[in-house]
Design a protein around this ligand. Structure first.
Ligand code: C2E
Ligand code: MG
Ligand code: MG
Ligand code: MG
Length: 282
């Protein structure tokens, strides 16, 4: 049966993850099957603080493994990075996210912004820029509607190389967001020469706000500095009204978190569009 076949495929996939001595081509072949079968994207809305309208959505990978059940991206992304599988998975993520953007554009006339996470290994792959150009050629999507999320660790590994690639991405017209800000070591001033448009304040930073007053002052300073560098600010991981009120009062531009929506499958996001905007027939 198809189910058994899928199970076999994922066995092969897992085996190859474990002993990744198989040829890259074979590995990727298996991965593509696993991708089609078991990976999907969820989307978490990012809202304007002022208008309560959706600014964009972040694409977040989900793996529903026939063997292991739901596996968190915090577990399988590092594995995919280690083995290099992130290159194919990441490419699939970009295609899939663009497919959904085009569908939503057609059905609801929403030129929604799509935030897509990139991993260091993926971006540093020698074919990354070329592949991306090809994707934009094939899919005919406005690259300005895509914001790639990059963490500072990518820049720490190899600053000059990172800067070069970010420049190439900007030349293609995409936007760049600095993800998980506040978890690492970079100061905003060290990032001022990098072409980011958006700063995403990490959830862990938001979580500490209520506990320590000094953090509120620090966040306020971060937001002000970001704005003076022409960066917009997203507060991630907003779970409660008082967190929302606080970051809004500090001048955050966008919020993302369970308070407004958790990451949702495609059809649930469409329900939101149907409530908020006039529906177009397909
Ligand atoms: P991230 O990019 O920082 O994504 C935000 C994470 O915070 C997501 O976890 C999201 O579900 C979670 N989150 C959002 N709002 C809340 C909240 O209010 N409360 C709590 N407790 N959590 C919230 P998720 O989906 O488990 O993804 C974890 C990480 O995996 C992501 O962190 C990202 O680093 C990585 N990831 C996910 N999808 C991809 C992908 O397509 N490519 C790459 N390279 N990495 C990905
Ligand atoms: Mg992210
Ligand atoms: Mg983040
Ligand atoms: Mg992260």
């Amino acid at each position: 049966s198809a189910k058994a076949e899928g199970r076999n495929r994922i066995h092969i996939f897992n085996d190859q993850i474990k002993h990744h001595n198989a040829s890259q081509i074979k590995l990727e072949e298996q991965l593509r099957h696993a991708v089609e079968d078991e990976l999907s994207l969820h989307f978490q809305p990012i809202y304007y603080v002022d208008s309560e309208e959706i600014y964009g959505v972040e694409a977040l990978l989900r793996w529903n493994s026939k063997e292991f059940g739901k596996v968190s991206p915090r577990d399988f992304i590092p594995l995919a990075e280690e083995t290099g599988l992130i290159v194919s998975i990441g490419e699939w993520v970009i295609y899939e996210a663009i497919r959904v953007m085009k569908k939503w554009q057609r059905k609801y006339d929403v030129p929604i912004k799509m935030f897509i996470n990139l991993s260091s290994r993926q971006v540093n792959h020698p074919n990354f820029s070329r592949e991306l150009k090809r994707i934009f050629d094939i899919t005919d999507i406005d690259p300005r509607r895509i914001s790639f999320e990059i963490t500072e660790s990518m820049m720490i590994d190899n600053f000059e190389q990172g800067k070069l690639i970010l420049g190439e991405l900007i030349d293609m017209g995409v936007k760049l967001s600095l993800d998980d800000f506040g978890t690492g070591y970079s100061s905003l001033s060290s990032l001022r020469h990098l072409p980011f448009q958006i700063l995403k304040i990490d959830k862990s930073f938001i979580d500490d706000l209520s506990a320590v007053d000094a953090n509120v002052a620090i966040l306020k300073a971060i937001i002000e500095m970001a704005h003076s560098l022409n960066l917009s600010v997203v507060a991630e991981g907003i779970e409660r009204q008082e967190q929302y009120d606080l970051v809004a009062s500090l001048g955050v531009d966008f919020i993302q978190g369970y308070y407004t929506n958790p990451p949702l499958p495609e059809d649930k996001i469409e329900k939101i569009f149907q409530e908020k905007t006039p529906t177009k027939t397909e």
